[in-house]
Write a protein that binds this ligand. Structure first.
Ligand SMILES: Nc1ncnc2c1ncn2[C@@H]1O[C@H](COP(=O)(O)OP(=O)(O)O)[C@@H](O)[C@H]1O
Ligand SMILES: [Mg+2]
Length: 223
């Protein structure tokens, strides 16, 4: 479902070139629960951003559902992001002025799915119920604990029913007990809906939940 072949990505800082990814080859199937590990600066976020169509490779192919994203227009990339991919971040990235319900609703404004108001409300409530946030639906993010905020982010990532969820160090800002609850919630969703998950982490306990661990070192996958 996702294939990366010879993916390279460079950043330029003044005169110097940073080779963030140096020829990545990976293949990910539907329903996989995959962990990307590696030291800080090894290229984890760069790789997730490329798989998530937030960025394009300088070289190589990224094929998602038989479509090579390197050739696509910005509009088409935005369309793929909105419909096929959900994102979860280390720092939750919730909108502080919106309440929990509105934060989860947000990605639905970019797509036509659940155009009928009742269906849309039902979908949002189903997810709020799934992540057990019914009691805080009208609250703002800063009234919630870290674990609750990340559960909002998970519900927001899933609301469009994406095939792929990308999570960049989703437990890094949480204590170990809460982190475990979050990864277990992601795993349950992965099993229940066959959603493909790719998450990066530093934490050996968190990576132990993965079907497959990809180890990045200096922009290359270590075998
Ligand atoms: N926007 C950017 N501009 C310049 N260099 C960057 C940028 N983003 C990442 N890098 C560099 O690319 C390399 C990989 O970074 P990153 O993908 O963020 O690694 P990780 O997520 O594993 O910490 C690092 O050397 C980092 O400094
Ligand atoms: Mg990173």
């Amino acid at each position: 479902m996702i294939q990366l072949t010879g993916v390279e990505k460079n950043y330029y800082l003044g005169q110097s070139r940073i080779e963030a990814l140096k020829g990545i080859n990976i293949s990910i199937n539907k329903g996989d629960f995959i962990s990307i590990v590696g030291p800080s600066g090894s290229g984890k976020s760069t790789l997730l951003n490329i798989v998530g169509c937030l960025d394009k490779p300088d070289k190589g192919e990224v094929v998602i559902d038989n479509e090579n994203i390197a050739n696509l227009s910005a509009n088409r990339l935005a369309d793929i992001r909105a419909n096929k991919i959900g994102f979860i971040f280390q720092s939750f990235n919730l909108i502080p002025v919106l309440n929990i319900y509105e934060n989860i609703e947000l990605p639905l404004n970019n797509i036509n799915k659940y155009a009928v108001k009742k269906e849309k409300e039902a979908r949002i409530m189903e997810l709020i119920n799934h992540v057990e946030l019914d009691s805080v639906i009208k609250h703002k993010p800063d009234e919630l604990s870290g674990g609750q905020r990340q559960r909002v982010a998970i519900a927001r990532a899933l609301v469009t029913n994406p095939q792929i969820v990308l999570a960049d160090e989703p437990t890094a800002n949480l204590d170990s007990v809460t982190g475990k609850l979050i990864i277990e919630l992601m795993r349950r969703i992965n099993k229940e809906y066959k959603t493909t998950f790719i998450f990066s982490t530093h934490d050996a306990n968190i990576m132990s939940y993965a079907d497959k661990v990809l180890e990045l070192h200096d922009g290359q996958i270590k075998n």
